[in-house]
Write a protein that binds this ligand. Structure first.
Ligand code: SAH
Length: 373
């Protein structure tokens, strides 16, 4: 059986992973259990490619995505594109120059190639920060996709909605080229903030009188696991024995505990701006690429001493520490096999993880994207 454009319609789907970083998309594809062949990954960052190669045994194409041509892309005979372009143009810290920012141009450039392709993708998945949905890059993306006969459904979701005690809301665009279609076409061109739609194709979804999906996010929050389930080092900073979900990382660079304690001068200076969590907390803040370099707004810090009264104890007494890279990857729901090559420094590990994504969120989104009505 032949599909439009001459591609065989049978699986496995041939996937291209743009802006592959350390491979969060690829782990999500694996977690979703999809029949795919990862045909190629693309990233300009040498170090990210080292990490990718270390874990997947394949080195991504190391170059600027902006230089790829229609002929280059057609050669891969791919039918799925996964893209997590750099997010800085849309974040509050960025200058909000949006598509005028050079970092957005490779993304628009690659989308603009779609109409020129002999074999355009059948499915497309885009991840970005919240704020992207109101940018002019988003507007152009929608225009290009509509002109190329794609149906779209958009989401803003956080790991908190999937039982993981981690707040990292992100924007996602799912697109399918006609005649391919979504399981729930009534949500085409909508931006959804709840994950109910993803639970399974052909399952009934509860829709309220005003036509909106009813949110069970509050219920989800209550069912989040406590943070301690994601730690490699217990409260006493001894390695936790049986009962932890994740084994400690054996890499020597990470395993020295001293380096994770927050120095007292930082606590004095920035204490009031710190987001502090306890092992039994059911939420922590998004880890950014500047975690460990700056404390303000870059991610949560963990208490290692249980205070008798949480309100009155001074910050110094809580013996705050940073989450380790292994713990950040656990909160991103990366598999336990994931590891960094030894030469990647601690700061670089945090930076790479900060740019990556939650597979707990992306896997069900991909599963939904790949589902046929
Ligand atoms: N999803 C990835 C991270 C995406 S962050 C993960 O799981 O790790 C964006 C990535 O895009 C970075 O790794 C950056 O090196 C890469 N990048 C940015 N601009 C690029 C360009 N023009 N060409 C190739 N790669 C680029």
């Amino acid at each position: 059986m032949e599909e439009e454009g001459g591609l065989p319609a049978k699986q496995p789907w041939r996937v291209l992973e743009f802006y592959s970083g350390i491979g969060g998309m690829r782990y999500s594809v694996m977690k979703a259990g999809l029949q795919t062949e990862m045909v190629e990954a693309f990233d300009i960052n040498d170090l990210a490619n080292d990490v990718y190669e270390h874990n997947f045994g394949h080195r991504p194409f190391q170059g600027n995505i902006q230089t790829l041509t229609a002929a280059d892309l057609d050669r891969y005979c791919a039918n799925v594109w996964l893209l997590s372009p750099p997010c800085q143009p849309y974040t509050r810290q960025g200058l909000q120059k949006q598509s005028a920012d050079a970092r957005a141009s490779s993304f628009l450039r690659i989308l603009e190639i779609i109409p020129q392709l002999m074999l355009p993708p059948v499915m497309l998945f885009v991840e970005n920060v919240v704020g992207f949905e109101t940018s002019d890059t988003h507007q152009k993306m929608v225009q290009i996709l509509e002109e190329s006969q794609f149906e779209m459904q958009e989401f803003i979701l956080s790991p908190l909605q999937f039982g993981v005690p981690y707040s990292r809301p992100r924007y996602f665009c799912l697109a399918k080229r006609k005649p391919s279609s979504f399981c729930n076409p009534e949500f085409n061109r909508q931006l959804l903030h709840v994950p109910e739609l993803l639970v399974g194709c052909n399952e009934s979804i509860s829709i309220s009188e005003n036509g909106q999906l009813t949110s069970t996010s509050d219920k989800m929050l209550q069912t989040c696991l406590p943070i301690e389930r994601f730690l490699e080092f217990g409260n006493s900073m001894n390695q936790v024995e049986n009962g932890t979900s994740f084994p400690p990382d054996t890499c020597s660079d990470e395993s020295s505990l001293k380096q994770y304690f927050v120095p007292s001068n930082l606590i004095e200076r920035w204490g009031s701006a710190m987001d502090i969590v306890y092992p039994d907390s059911k939420r922590c803040c998004c880890f950014t690429k500047s975690y460990y370099r700056y404390v303000k707004g870059t991610g949560s810090l963990l208490t290692t001493v249980m205070p008798k009264t949480r309100d009155k104890t001074s910050l110094e007494e809580l013996c705050l520490r940073y989450f380790t890279p292994r713990e950040v990857s656990n909160l991103h729901s990366f598999p336990k096999e994931f590891e960094f090559p030894e030469h990647v420094t601690l700061r670089q590990r945090y930076a790479l993880l900060g740019n990556s994504l939650s597979t707990a969120v992306v896997a069900p989104l991909l599963h939904y994207l790949f589902s046929e009505p």
